[in-house]
Design a protein around this ligand. Structure first.
Ligand code: HEM
Ligand code: HEM
Length: 291
């Protein structure tokens, strides 16, 4: 818990640093970036600073590429068994996402928002992968996981659900009838197909807060949950509801997440190859920055 917070603070701090940097950079380079591409060569001094091969623009390119390479550490950590004990996978994913959002943002400034040639196409591929990453994160969050970020087996899910239900019955005295009513909040959706399951997943997400408030209010007044136990009670009810809704759509989410991987990965590898070529080519053409 403390470690998770520590990583959240690091990410907030890094975000503030990058945001400050980008605001200052935008203010300084506004005149140049606002000039039409074909007239920029007239602004020689500014081009030498903010152009893709300029002092700052080129430097930002290095930073973007550095972050692009760092985001692969999540993939290495995930697949290389020797690194299994090194930090929680879920924390690594947070950094992966952060690098995956910030690197394309910086790359835009590096290119001075002019996207031409193969590397220009690759830039849009990067943006597509970044956006698809956000969709992937949504699906990822709906697959029940252990605290370390690894997927739970069906047996683990059922054990956890049963233990939460037992807590509600034994520790808070919720009657079997109320438990049934509570379980009725999650409809049975047998055989409805993938698309409709995804629709229900979104509906669950939108409605859940409201459903929780209703049921918590009802249970609290009727069962008189003590102030001491209130947090634990709320957590137990919420976890039970979340778990039961996720299980209902699990097959569909797992299937779509699998397809998502199939599309996301080749794009990511292509970006990696084109970026490496871009760096090798520009350096071999004599763009060596400050070195
Ligand atoms: C994520 C990383 C990067 C992306 C997405 C990226 C993308 C781009 C794009 C779209 C352009 C503009 C192409 C044009 O003018 O038509 C460009 C230019 C350039 N990039 Fe990068 N770049 C990245 C990293 C780097 C790095 C690390 C270097 C240094 C080795 C670099 C060196 C250059 C140079 C020198 C130019 C100007 C080339 C010229 O004026 O002909 N880039 N880059
Ligand atoms: C251009 C940037 C990005 C690249 C090149 C990239 C690359 C990758 C790759 C190669 C994988 C496959 C990992 C595996 O082998 O299982 C992956 C997984 C993933 N990425 Fe990204 N990604 C990028 C940006 C993002 C962003 C912006 C997000 C979310 C905000 C994101 C979220 C995810 C998620 C949720 C997974 C699945 C994790 C898992 O199944 O373990 N990615 N990414």
């Amino acid at each position: 818990m403390i470690r998770a917070k520590f990583h959240n603070y690091i990410i907030i701090l890094l975000s503030l640093l990058i945001l400050t940097f980008l605001v200052l950079y935008s203010i300084q380079s506004l005149g140049y970036l606002n000039t039409p591409v074909e007239e920029r060569y007239l602004l020689k001094d500014q081009d030498a600073l903010y152009g893709p091969s300029g002092l700052y623009g080129h430097g930002v390119g290095f930073l973007a590429a550095f972050l692009m390479f760092l985001l692969w550490f999540y993939i290495i950590r995930k697949h290389w068994k020797r690194l299994r004990g090194v930090g929680r996978l879920s924390q690594w994913l947070k950094y992966h996402m952060w690098f995956g959002i910030v690197a394309p943002l910086l790359a835009g400034y590096h290119a001075a928002f002019k996207f031409e040639g193969l590397i220009g196409v690759m830039y849009w591929a990067m943006i597509a992968v970044m956006l698809s990453g956000i969709v992937g994160r949504y699906l990822y969050g709906h697959i029940p996981r252990r605290r370390d970020g690894h997927e739970m087996s069906m047996k683990q899910i059922n054990t956890e659900r049963a233990s939460k239900l037992r807590s509600l019955q034994m520790e808070f005295g919720i009657s079997p009838d109320d438990i049934k009513k509570f379980q009725g909040l999650t409809p049975q959706l047998d055989g409805i197909g993938t698309l409709l399951s995804l629709y229900h997943l979104a509906v669950f997400d939108v409605k859940r807060r409201y459903q929780l408030n209703q049921i918590l209010k009802d249970f609290e007044t009727r069962y008189g949950v003590s102030q001491q136990n209130l947090i634990f009670f709320k957590e137990t009810v919420e976890k039970q509801l979340v778990m039961s809704q996720r299980v209902i759509v699990l097959d569909a989410v797992s299937k779509v997440f699998h397809w998502w991987h199939v599309i996301h990965k080749p794009f990511a590898y292509a970006i990696f190859i084109v970026l490496t070529l871009h760096i090798i080519l520009t350096i071999s053409f004599g763009f060596t920055w400050i070195f």
